[in-house]
Design a protein around this ligand. Sequence first.
Ligand code: SF4
Length: 301
Amino acid sequence: MEQTEKINVEHFTELLAKFIALLVIRLPDDVMAKLAELSQRETSPLGRVLYEAIKDDLSLAAQLKRPLCQDTGILQFTVRVGSNFPWRNKVSEVLRQAVLRATREVPLRPNAVEIFTHVNSGNNTGTRIPWIDWAVIPDRDDIYIYGYVAGGGCSLPGTAKVFMPLEGLEGVVRYIFDQITSYGINACPPLLVGVGLAGSMDVAAKLSKTALLRPIGTSNPDAATADLEQRLTDGLNALGIGPGGLGGEASVLGVHVEQAARHPATLAAAISTGCWALRRALIRLDADLNYEVLSHKGAVL
Ligand code: SF4
């Protein structure tokens, strides 16, 4: 690697290590705003205590520059790379190096455990981890990287099921309520519920995760899907799960649904949940590695 290229790759790695630090220390603007709104609306005394504890936690994390939750998760990245981005061949390795560096420097709890040996690498990297989901955007020279912290109690125990189409959306809605009232309660509510609907489990699962990346407060552009999102939000809130599952006004930060056309014989649904500590961030870098953190206004790396 020639000297200028080496310097640029080092700079790219340093930026992404700092981006990961931001991701685990500070919640994105949309989640902060929603938590503030829900805390204002909370009437249950225990619920109010929980929101105060969340506020203290967030301010201590910012002050001490420490992760806002002990579970710093498995790091997952969704990368939308321009076909002309000059550093596209380096992105995988840069992300891996950035994870290693952030694990040492922030520090992050090591969470990458190999399936058969049960060995924890101690550095948050392992087989196919950090996980990277790729898409190439033609004729562009920039890159968008979503970072996501998938915690062991919230996003990682997602679930999926393939229904007979005759069970219809009623079957899907029953399934969502069953899941949220069982494992969802343990996932540190209020939750962002991501639902994927498709013809197969793999597509539904991927869409349920895509749904979590969409900013809170936005609706699916399709009117019927947006209507389902609103009904699910109202219905889950009416359960009164409340912050921490201890009872209160809101069970969810929101419900986001993404869909793909299905096969006539199948209707697959998948659920991914983000907890109140919904740590996701989005950065855009141009060809010269100038950056903007789109999820955290004013953030300087
Ligand atoms: S569910 Fe979220 S807030 Fe609760 S321990 Fe897991 S990562 Fe932390």
